[in-house]
Write a protein that binds this ligand. Structure first.
Ligand SMILES: Cc1ncc(C[n+]2csc(CCOP(=O)(O)OP(=O)(O)O)c2C)c(N)n1
Length: 582
């Protein structure tokens, strides 16, 4: 679109370009290099949400992208502001999340001359983004923002970074004043040469900026899987006796399509496992959804469809899919479709649209009823075992029983954010996400510390939803300071901390294999008091009997707009014995 408006300064050009993309909020931690972008964004009605760590800003933008399908935006200052984002950027890249990161930079004429926070940012950031754009001209600011939104969304989604030097962001008069002062009034040849050079430099920076042209947004169409591959999949299914569908995060790239994708999945009539962002796609309960013993099911199936799921470690590198089975991979990435296993049919394109189009061709309805029933029987048997484990009484709280209670307590629109080790893995086994896009986890990078940022983004994107963070006590340390942000911005998250005074997922194997718990031991810290210190509510739970009332109490507090942290003293269990984290 053509914004065709005049701007007070470059920061406003960036803000106008964000406004033109319909951006509702920008996550940030301030810095002098980016102030004009932040003030102009606010002036244009974009909500500026300032957090306490740049990584949080990027995690929040990542969550927005995943929940809305529209790129989330973070703005951070030059140098350490940008370097602080690297882990979160890498996480977004590997999770294929469309983040637009706006980074500050030293003034164009001072780069490489020892200016504050001046480093060569490209080699640090470029490996973690789809595109890194270094700007030199004011006229390029808005088009660069528009292009960043298109690049982030197209093909395999991912983060994009735009570097905006500070002297492009202030108004022309101010900048010419700065440069005139730097050029001085000397009369020597060197002085005059410098003045000539700097004047030319500023002229180049502002060249073309008086033209009243705005950013032209490039329309991005999702990649469609070829019809022939969909027809081939339909033929393979017609012959299949025990087909299995596995749907993963990438199938939810078009967040707005979640409803039709769910309807298509239900119509296909194939038993289905949901992973990552696809969890909750079919609601809490659905006769086709199988939750346990995926490895066995993969071994038994004669036709496996992987929709937006690579054969990486989460799928045991594809080892459990039989060689004789027909393997079908629908994926936006041709590399991912072929990772570790070569599929008989590779449908390169959007996996969600693949399911929709396949359902339009295949209506087997009840053809695989017996096969599905056998998988469901195994599921119910496993659930009965879990029920028995959930009632085991110890000194403190049984984590399995705790998640059974949380599963009953959480609201129908809840978004569950997962950040931790064993505690989170137990949650993912037991808690049933309520609806599509009701579960957020880091993805294949396995990054601890995503929780606070993801919750911030989720609460901003879906203000009507209850947002829960399921924190390991180790993991909560990264984001605990963001309770300050939650309080200042009235973000009413409910954090539950599984306090077992250890980095248990690591301790479990380290102690068994190396007979030493060094570096894996924590204390039963009063995390609820830390939250109280920031002005949030804190609740301590040390016994099973206290759990249901504590969770209801926490929900009640959140409904008043206040964030709350529930510190849950856990008993040790062997529920996760044998699972390793490598
Ligand atoms: C940034 C980062 N650092 C370290 C790890 C390694 N790691 C994986 S799980 C885990 C333990 C998590 O402990 P906690 O959050 O307390 O959950 P618990 O396992 O105790 O339930 C660690 C340290 C990681 N995944 N990410």
């Amino acid at each position: 679109m053509q914004t065709g408006q005049s701007h007070t300064h470059g920061g406003d050009r960036v803000a106008a370009a964000l406004e033109a993309q319909g951006v509702p909020f920008v996550f940030t931690l301030c810095g002098g290099h980016i102030s004009p972008i932040l003030t102009a964004s606010k002036a244009r009605g974009i909500r500026v949400i300032d957090c306490r760590d740049e990584a949080t800003a990027v995690f929040a933008a990542d969550a927005v992208a995943r929940l809305t399908g529209i790129p989330g935006v973070a703005a951070v200052t030059a140098g350490p502001g940008l370097t602080n984002t690297i882990t979160a950027l890498k996480n977004a890249q590997l999770a294929q999340s469309a983040v637009v990161l706006i980074g500050g930079a030293a003034p164009t004429a001072l780069q490489g001359r020892g200016a504050l926070q001046d480093i060569d940012q490209r080699p640090l950031i470029a490996p973690h983004v789809k595109r890194f754009t270094k700007l030199r001209r004011v006229a390029d600011l808005a088009p660069a923002v528009a292009e960043a939104f298109a690049v982030a969304r197209e093909g395999v989604p991912g983060p994009v970074c735009i570097e905006c030097p500070v002297d492009l962001l202030y108004d022309e008069t101010t900048i010419r004043g700065w440069y005139a002062e730097a050029a001085g009034k000397g009369t020597s040849i060197v002085d005059r040469a410098r003045r000539w050079y700097l004047t030319r430099h500023v002229d180049n920076m502002f060249a073309g900026s008086d033209r009243r042209t705005g950013a032209r947004a490039r329309t991005v169409h999702p990649p469609l899987p070829p019809d022939a591959r969909i027809a081939a999949t339909a033929s393979a299914l017609a012959k299949a006796e025990r087909p299995l569908l596995v749907i993963g995060s990438q199938a939810m790239s078009l967040a707005g399509e979640a409803g039709p994708i769910a309807a298509a999945t239900a119509q296909l009539g194939i038993p289905v496992y949901l992973s990552g962002m696809a969890r909750g796609l079919l609601g809490r309960e659905h006769p086709l959804q199988i939750r346990h013993a995926r490895r066995n099911a993969l071994r038994e199936s004669d036709c496996v469809i992987l929709a937006g799921v690579p054969c990486d470690f989460r799928l045991d590198y594809g080892r459990h899919i039989r060689r004789a089975a027909t393997l079908i991979a629908a994926n936006r990435s041709s590399r991912e479709a072929r990772l570790n296993r070569r599929p008989a049919i590779a449908a390169i394109g959007d996996a969600g649209l693949f399911l929709e189009r396949l359902a339009a061709k295949v209506a087997h309805g009840t053809k695989w009823r017996e096969w599905t029933a056998s998988l469901r029987k195994r599921d119910l048997d496993r659930e009965a075992e879990i029920d028995a484990q959930a009632t085991v009484q110890g000194e403190h709280v049984n984590p399995i029983g705790f998640f059974r209670a949380l599963d009953r307590a959480a609201g129908g629109d809840a978004i569950l954010v997962a950040d931790g080790g064993d505690f989170v893995a137990t949650a993912s086994y037991i808690v049933r996400p309520r609806a599509p896009l009701g579960w957020l986890d880091p993805g294949v990078f396995g990054t601890l510390g995503v929780g606070a940022g993801f919750a911030l983004g989720a609460a901003a994107a879906r203000p009507q939803s209850e947002v829960w963070i399921i924190f390991g006590d180790g993991a909560c340390g990264y984001g605990l300071v963001e309770f300050d942000t939650f309080v200042r911005h009235r973000i009413p998250v409910i954090a539950v901390v599984g306090n077992d005074a250890a980095w248990t997922q690591i301790a479990r194997e380290q102690v068994k294999m190396l007979k030493d718990d060094v570096s894996t031991v924590l204390a039963r810290t009063d995390y609820h008091k830390v939250a109280e210190g920031f002005g949030a509510a804190g609740i301590l739970v040390t016994k099973n009997t206290e759990v249901p009332a504590a969770l209801e109490h926490a929900r009640g507090i959140a409904r008043t707009g206040r964030p709350v942290l529930v510190n849950v003293w856990l008993d040790r269990t062997d529920f996760r014995a044998g699972s390793i984290s490598m």
